[in-house]
Design a binder for this molecule. Structure first.
Ligand code: NAP
Length: 494
């Protein structure tokens, strides 16, 4: 058994984990291990390689503020560029030396005597570390649908998160299950190749027009030479996203018309693309805009006008070796089944590994037996020296980078104070944690989640108790600002 000793162990080599490592470096820590079960860095942008993948937040906003990328080819860059960007960040900040791939973390336990975390790996090793950072993301456990007979299917099954690019859909009769953000990007691509495509939709999604444009070599050179030009673009995309999310979702009570305008744009978009009234009705969500992640596409709706694309809304009864039987008895014989069925956010995630804190508190159990909660979306009482990035009330805005960067600022203030006072451990107080949770719940009272009609949304933003504890319902600006001022007395430093 190894007894390797670290300043910090970070679980996850995506943009969250890399951001934390960069911040730790800035704070003077160098004995860092970044562990990832995959065989390379980039997190979701390494795993997701399906056709049509693009970022669905403007790339100017979907990147670190401190590391702008002048070379995006479009406002909504393809997924491969995000992977390249992740590699660039890892190289520039010399993070690869910390990374260990194909490394599965089973769990972590706080050792109160040694005042350190013991991190168990599936190969039997134990790493000892002063700080533990969970950077596994919200969307890291792909969900396979529990449909009767699915195992009996004898054709080819393609999973969005394990795409086999060597497989050609040309001339194949294909079906796809799932019409979330992934499905919306995949469906138009599948329709280009497959001879027949049946889309099994359970819940329609809000699809908005995508105001996308390319950045040619001239624009890229300008962004590289005069970064202020790209920064100006970023200020606009940041502001637009922040205002829209805040008014349409978090301040629904006060700004309901903004939500209604967004919904009207979605309706108009659908109307402009589809002439067939019955088809349009089937694609119309019966829940309010903002209950579930809306998506962007200029080609999704039009795809359903193609004669070889069929929308099936009756629900799936079972899968047979050669096809899918809907609840109305219709059977589609298919060669290929594509699964874009999303992620398990609530069962095998939050946290993604077993974490045992002081007094034997099990994080996953405690969250489930009490409420989901984390101070500033990052720290939890009885879990000293631990930061959990994809925590309850952590997700701010729509770009994951906003969350990562406000958390980096939190680290700066908290770890800076530890260094100033010579403390070895931090732990958020129960009082501060309760106060933060109370505030989040009060803010949510004004949100579309509580006041809107979300009953039919089947949104993964809600858990089985009907609570929506993933988002921090504030502006990004507010989240960032608070990290410079949170009371240091909210932590017990020792
Ligand atoms: P998702 O939004 O959870 O959608 C999963 C889809 O599968 C839903 O339509 C769901 O239907 C359907 N489904 C699941 N189980 C089913 C079953 N047993 N029978 C029938 N249908 C079933 O997952 P996602 O599309 O992968 O997107 C997840 C998140 O990833 C997004 O919200 C977004 O945050 C992120 N994302 C981002 C990008 C990007 O930036 N480029 C791209 C893709 C995804 P119900 O709705 O009825 O449950």
């Amino acid at each position: 058994m190894s007894t390797e000793q670290y300043d910090a162990v970070i679980v996850g080599a995506g943009f969250g984990g890399m951001g934390s490592a960069i911040q730790l470096n800035r704070l003077g820590y160098d004995k860092i291990a970044i562990l990832d079960r995959e065989d390379d860095l980039g997190g979701t942008w390494h795993v997701n390689r399906y056709p049509g993948l693009t970022v669905d937040v403007p790339s100017t906003t979907y990147s670190y503020r401190f590391e702008p990328n002048p070379y995006w080819s479009r406002l909504y860059a393809p997924g491969s560029e995000l992977k390249t960007y992740a590699e660039h960040v890892a190289d520039k900040y010399d993070l690869r030396r910390y990374m260990r791939f194909n490394t599965v973390v089973d769990g972590a336990r706080w050792d109160d005597d040694a005042q350190e975390w013991l991190v168990s790996l599936s190969d039997g090793q134990t790493l000892h570390t002063r700080f533990l950072i969970l950077a596994t993301g919200y969307l890291c456990q792909p969900k396979k649908p529990d449909i009767p007979g699915i195992e009996s299917f004898t054709g080819t099954v393609l999973h969005a998160q394990e795409w086999d690019h060597s497989y050609s859909l040309a001339g194949k009769r294909a079906a796809i299950i799932g019409t979330g953000s992934t499905g919306v990007q995949l469906i138009p691509k599948l329709a280009e190749d497959a001879s027949e495509l049946t889309v099994y939709q359970r819940t329609p999604i809000w699809v908005m027009p995508k105001l996308d444009f390319g950045f040619g070599p001239r624009a890229q050179r300008l962004f590289a030479k005069v970064p202020a030009t790209q920064r100006m673009l970023r200020v606009s995309s940041d502001l637009f996203m922040d205002i829209m999310v805040t008014l349409a979702m978090w301040r629904f009570r006060q700004f309901r018309p903004v939500n209604r305008i967004a919904a009207a744009i979605g309706r108009l978009h659908r109307f402009a693309a589809i002439r067939d009234r019955d088809l349009r009705r089937k694609l119309t969500p019966s829940y309010d805009f903002g209950c579930k992640r809306p998506t962007l596409s200029n080609v999704y709706y039009r795809t359903f006008n193609k004669p070889h694309v069929h929308l099936e809304t009756a629900g799936i009864d079972r899968i047979e070796p050669d096809g899918i039987v809907a609840t109305d008895g219709t059977k589609r014989v298919i060669d290929t089944l594509v699964l874009a069925t999303g992620f398990d956010v609530w069962e095998s995630n939050l946290p993604a590994i077993e974490v045992i804190g002081r007094e034997g508190r099990d994080l996953g159990k405690w969250w489930r037996e009490n409420r989901f909660q984390a101070y500033e979306g990052l720290t939890v009482p009885l879990f000293p020296n631990m930061l959990s990035q994809a925590s309850p009330y952590a997700w701010v805005g729509m770009s994951w980078f906003d969350t990562v960067e406000y958390q980096m600022r939190h680290m700066e203030r908290l770890f800076g104070e530890m260094q100033r006072t010579g403390a070895r451990t931090f732990e958020v107080t129960e009082e501060a944690n309760a106060r933060f949770l109370d505030r989040m719940l009060t803010l949510l009272d004004d949100s579309v989640f509580l006041l809107g009609n979300c009953a039919n949304s089947r949104s993964y933003w809600f858990n089985s108790s009907g609570e929506a504890p993933l988002f921090r319902p504030t502006t990004v600006r507010q989240a960032v600002k608070e990290q410079q001022h949170f009371p240091l007395s909210d932590y017990a430093l020792a």
